[in-house]
Design a protein around this ligand. Sequence first.
Ligand code: NAD
Length: 261
Amino acid sequence: MDRAICPPLILVTMLLKDKVTIITGATRGIGKAIAVRFAQEGSHIAFCGRSRGEQMTAVENELQALGVKAKGYVADVSNLESCQQFVAQVLEDFGHLDCLINNAGITDDAAIKRMTEAQWDNVLNNDLKSVFFMTKSVQPAMWKQGFGSIVNISSVVGIGGNLNQANYAAAKAGIIGFTKTAVKEMGARNIRINVVAPGFIMTEMTGEIPEQMKQYWQTRIPLRRPGTPNEVANACLYYASELGSYNTGDVMHLCGGMEDA
Ligand code: NAD
């Protein structure tokens, strides 16, 4: 084995000790699971939600109990100025940043013939423009320090499409094209960017799906169960940490083998 190419495995107890991770939309669901998983691995966590309520305080408390610094910020990731202020405040509070997880997202479903322009814009702004805005906001700090890891949460819907979700599918597919380009622009500065595309994950967002629809989706999943937010968090952990040090531009399908994904 060539040691220059494959360095010896260093066993560490914590994969993200003293790193600083920004997570968008971590007041609940997948974002919250990522925050908890990363904190368990020693990362300090700066996360945002659209408002400061009980949920944000509860997440802060849960993370701090794991022994890391954790702070929730009110930020709207569909707004560039808000993203830039959020990142500037994190840099002031935490001193530096290592990872960004672009997780925040929404759905606003309708068949194309019924979908309004407002529904289209709502989803594109929250799910795609947000990834551009947050990446643009962290890039100067990552570029200057010569390292950084970004994980963008897409969806299998962005790969295979889904009924009544043309806006969501377009946004999630757009994240993949955006990522492939960002990889080419930032790789030389050791900034890695990867996509995790989950399938059917049990969260508040999917909790709103009618029972009949859930059964339909589950018949298309060879593992015969939905995924958990923690399983998405583990995939993000791989890419954000040194475990994924030679991965950039990947699109991980995290969907239990779902058809068309
Ligand atoms: P969720 O609705 O439970 O959580 C979304 C979070 O994003 C919330 O905290 C919300 O406040 C935040 N958010 C939304 N818009 C925001 C904005 N403009 N500014 C700041 N925060 C904002 O959703 P989830 O199921 O946990 O999904 C998280 C991500 O995973 C989303 O991008 C979603 O598209 C993606 N995803 C989810 C599934 C699934 O099955 N749940 C599957 C594939 C992809």
